[in-house]
Each structure stands twice: as C-alpha cells, then as structure tokens.
Design a protein around this ligand. Structure first.
Ligand code: ADP
Ligand code: TYD
Length: 211
C-alpha cells in the first residue's frame, strides 16, 4: 500500500506520518517512511542542490530535478518496498510538482502530469492526504520550528505568500480532480483529530486489501 502526504510547508505532514507509521508498526506491518526529494543518495544530492543553492533555479530546471529525484526514489526504493508487501508512507510525491511547479511557478499542468507519469512509470498512490492550511498560518508554524531547531528557511520556503497561496489552491484543485484518491483535511484541526480522520481512511483501505 502506497500513501502520500501533501500540503504546503509547515502544514503538519511529518507529524501525521510519524503517528501513522507508529500505529501501523504496532499492528505488525512493515512500514517504510520516505520524504521527497530524498530517500537515497542520488535524490538526497538533488535535494541539497534544489533547497540549498543561492543561485537562481529556472522553473523548468526545478521541475526536472524534483522529478528526476522522484524517478530514482520510485525505482530504487518505493517499487521494491511495495513488491515486498511493505506499506510506504511518503512525505510529498507527484502532487507536490503539480502544486508547486504547476500552480506555484505557473508551468503548464499537462506537461507536469506527463513528466510525472514518465518519472514514476505510472505509479499512483492508493491514497493521498492533503493537509490544507492558510500560508500565513503554515509559515508561523514553520517559523517556530526554525526558532526551536536554529535552522533557517530553505530556497523553496523563501518563495513568498503569493506563491504558497497559488500552491494551496493548486492542491485543492488536484483534490477536486481526483476525489477517489485524494482526501483534504483541515490542518487547523487538532493533531489527534487529524490522526483519527487519517486512520479511518487507512483502516478502510486495509479492509479492502484483505478482501
Ligand atoms: P510539515 O512536515 O508539513 O512541514 P510538521 O509536521 O513539521 O509539518 O509541522 C510543523 C509544525 O506545526 C511543528 O512544529 C508541529 O509540531 C506543528 N503542528 C503539526 N500539526 C499541528 C496541528 N494539527 N496543530 C498545531 N500545530 C501542529
Ligand atoms: P521539505 O523540507 O521536505 O518540505 P516540508 O517543509 O513540507 O517538510 O522541502 C521540500 C521542498 O520542496 C518543499 O518546499 C516543497 C518543495 N517541492 C517542490 O517544489 N516540488 C516537488 O515536486 C517536491 C517533491 C517538493
């Protein structure tokens, strides 16, 4: 089973992935937790290039690098794990490219869908959760995390409120177009309420897989 989490930076994805991974592990499932871009040496190097350069990265280059990292992750890690019967939880996947490079950077959505399909060899998640939050609130959360961890915003996180507003609207459009796969959750709900909503969907999927 392949589950992805989406939402603008600071919306609460890692928090929910951690909780879901624990619940599944307690039930004796083998769980693989991954993040994009990353999860293997090549993709971590691409991540570093994308997030920690001071140079201007052209939108088309940005798209191709994110999707190149995805191609490597799918082929080297996600596909083998799924073939092995593991549950894969991924922090971001194809929808991030549509929301950020499509709606955020305003590249053509059809091209992104085609490039995503090529990069992943057509691998689509069984379910996707979008944690929906206003950009200002998400950046306040992220700011307190920067204070706590003494880190600073990366290149993408410096993209500004208008960019994140477009990305958020992009996510809502993606949900509208993919009602079977994509579940939108109000990220302002409590951590526990979100965890319960996610669990309802996951337990339904597990039941269906058993039958
Ligand atoms: P992301 O992985 O999407 O960037 P995180 O899970 O790291 O987001 O959460 C960002 C910050 O918001 C963290 O400090 C986290 O503790 C806090 N947070 C997560 N979920 C909630 C929530 N439902 N309500 C309030 N704060 C939250
Ligand atoms: P990361 O720190 O993993 O995200 P988060 O702050 O949500 O925990 O950083 C990944 C950044 O890359 C994030 O700003 C979203 C962006 N991104 C894209 O623009 N396109 C993509 O296809 C992916 C996977 C990520």
């Amino acid at each position: 089973m392949f589950i992805t989490f989406e939402g603008i930076d600071g919306s609460g994805k890692s928090t929910q992935i951690y909780l879901l991974a624990n619940s599944l592990t307690e039930l004796n499932f083998t769980v693989k937790v991954l993040r994009e871009p990353g999860g293997n040496i090549v993709s971590e190097n691409i991540r570093n290039l994308l997030l920690h350069t001071d140079d201007i990265v052209e939108p088309r280059c940005e798209l191709l690098l994110f999707t190149a990292a995805r191609a490597q992750l799918v082929s080297q890690v996600i596909k083998p794990a799924l073939d092995n019967g593991d549950i894969v939880l991924c922090d971001r996947y194809i929808d991030s490219s549509v929301a950020y490079q499509g709606y955020g950077r305003q590249l053509p959505i059809d091209d992104i869908n085609n490039i995503n399909a090529f990069a992943t060899a057509g691998l689509v998640p069984d379910a996707t959760f979008i944690l929906d939050l206003a950009p200002l609130e998400a950046s306040n959360r992220a700011d307190s995390r920067f204070d706590l961890t003494s880190t600073s915003p990366d290149r993408m996180e410096k993209s500004g409120n208008e960019f994140f507003t477009r990305a958020r609207n992009g996510y809502l459009h993606i949900a509208h177009m993919n009602p079977e796969r994509v579940h939108v959750l109000n990220a302002r709900s409590s951590i526990q309420d979100l965890q319960e909503s996610i669990w309802k969907v996951i337990s339904g999927l597990l039941q269906r897989k058993k039958q």
